[in-house]
Structures are given as C-alpha cells and as structure tokens.
Design a protein around this ligand. Structure first.
Ligand SMILES: Nc1ncnc2c1ncn2[C@@H]1O[C@H](COP(=O)(O)OP(=O)(O)O)[C@@H](O)[C@H]1O
Ligand SMILES: [Mg+2]
Length: 272
C-alpha cells in the first residue's frame, strides 16, 4: 500500500489496540461490460474500528458506491479481501445495514413503524421485540409523532430518518450510508448531519459514510479516507475526531477542508 499515509500521526503510533470491526485490504473492484473492463477501485485498504465514523471521500466515479456495495456483500473484489470481525465477507448480511441516497427506499404501503420493523421480522426477531426496538429507533430520530403514518406523508429528510431508524434498529456491526443527504436542501442536510452526530453520541455505532462533499466529510467523519479519481485509490487518511459540529466555522475546520480540496484538485490537474 505505497500510496497510503496517515496524516498527523507518525507511523510508529498507528498501532490500534483492538482488532478492527472491518478490515478492507488491497481491494480491487471491477465491472465487466460486454466490450470492456472497468476498474472502479485499485488496491484500496483501510481499517475501521468500533465507534469510528469513517468517511469515504472522493470525486464522482472514483468507486465509492462500488466499494460500499462490496462491503455490504453485493460486489465481489477481484483482488484483496474484506473482513468483518475477522471473517471474510462473502455476501450480504444483517450485520451490515445500508442507507441510500434515494427517498424511495421505504415501502409506500407500510407505515413508518412497519417499515422500521420489517428487516427485524425478516431476520427472526419476535413481533413483540421488533415493535419495541422499532419504536425506540423511531424516537431516536425524532419521529415518534409519525409512527403510524405512511411514507407519502413525510418530507425527504423525514424519509431518510426512517431509513436510518430501520437500519439502526437491526443493531448492525456497521452502518453503511451512501450519500444519504445528497438530494436534500442545504439547511435540511445540515440538520440531518447534526442529528446523525447526536445519534452517534447516544448510541456510538460504527459508521462508513460516503460523500463527494469535502465539508460534509469533515463534519460527519472522525476519520476521512480520501480517494483519488477513477480508479479510486487511497490518496490520504486523515483524523478529524476532534472537530465537532461546534467547530464548523473554526480555523482548523477551514484549514482541513482547504487541504483536502488542494489534494483533490492536484489529482485532477495530473489528469488521472
Ligand atoms: N454497473 C456498472 N457497470 C459498469 N461500470 C460501472 C457500473 N457501476 C459503476 N460503474 C463504473 O465504475 C466506476 C465507479 O462507479 P461508482 O462506484 O458508482 O463511483 P462513485 O460512487 O464514486 O461515484 C465509474 O467509472 C462507473 O462508471
Ligand atoms: Mg456513488
């Protein structure tokens, strides 16, 4: 992994005590189309520890979604490995729940409660326990008043919160989010980012969050893996766990966003 370097932490101190929840090692992902081969990522590697909010940041087309799909078990690497709690990922499972960008990821004919309970019922949780866990998750995303309504009565932001509640209620080892707020207006997006951080403060889940927005990466992430343009390779790994929502307008926040912007711009000008 020659391109990989850890900002602000000398090599000698990067020895995490606990073993990672998720280990992505040298992962190359490809698509075979009838006339050519598309390499989406090339030898990508990083570790995710319990409680990390790891952001995969990179320009459109650098393979972020493909990488997330591969962590979810929907896309098999042609090289490298993905391990969850030490076991190779060989397919999808309830231990990795995904939240997508689209607002139509809910069943329109089911209420909020039924939507959130659905994956639990499908995975053998009793009806009684599923309801308790669903109500608790709905409360955590501040939607208690909307427990019995149908998705068409909700705004885009509220639908995303239901999708997050549904994923969280499963108590996955890792929550995977693919540009979940990209289709929201700027104000709602900011509110959702803050809500997600509050939820994390409350529950301390492990998150892999994909975005192409530098600002969003620095707000949401405790660590950022910056990917170079197509095919995605790890350009840098940055720690920003000390930057909370309160520091969003601070000098350090600005400096970090500028540094990442310079990195991504540099990549573009080299013409990968
Ligand atoms: N189903 C597919 N078939 C062929 N190529 C694909 C497919 N999906 C994505 N790609 C290509 O793989 C690369 C990475 O795509 P993607 O993972 O969607 O990037 P990102 O999420 O970073 O925008 C792009 O070049 C894209 O065109
Ligand atoms: Mg994508």
């Amino acid at each position: 992994m020659a391109q990989r370097w850890i900002e602000d932490e000398p090599e000698t101190t990067v020895t995490p005590a606990a073993s990672p929840v998720l280990a992505v090692d040298g992962v190359t992902l490809q698509y075979k189309t009838p006339d050519h081969l598309v390499t989406a990522t090339y030898r990508v590697g990083f570790d995710i520890h319990a409680g990390d909010r790891l952001v995969l940041l990179g320009p459109s087309g650098c393979g972020k979604s493909t990488l997330l799909k591969s962590i979810a078990g929907f896309h098999k690497p042609v090289a490298g490995s993905i391990r969850l709690k030490g076991k190779p990922v060989t397919g999808p499972g309830p231990d990795r729940m995904m939240v997508f960008q689209e607002f139509d990821q809910l069943f329109p004919w089911k209420t909020v409660l039924a939507n959130v309970a659905f994956p639990m019922l499908e995975n053998g949780v009793s009806r009684k326990e599923a309801e308790v866990r669903a109500r608790d998750a709905i409360a955590k995303v501040n939607l208690t008043k909307f427990t019995d309504v149908y998705p068409h009565m909700l705004s885009g932001g509220m639908k995303q919160r239901v999708a997050i509640a549904r994923a969280m209620a499963m108590r996955p080892d890792v929550l995977l989010m693919d540009e979940p707020y990209a289709a929201l207006d700027a104000l709602t997006r900011r509110k959702m980012q803050e809500e997600l951080l509050q939820l994390w403060d409350d529950v301390r889940f492990t998150l892999v969050f994909v975005t192409h927005s530098i600002e969003e990466a620095v707000i949401v992430g405790s660590r950022i893996v910056v990917l170079s343009p197509h095919p995605g390779q790890v350009r840098a790994e940055l720690n920003c766990h000390h930057l909370g929502v309160a520091e969003q307008d601070g000098a350090e926040f600005q400096m970090l966003t500028r540094r990442i912007a310079a990195m991504l711009f540099e990549d573009k000008s080299v013409g990968h």
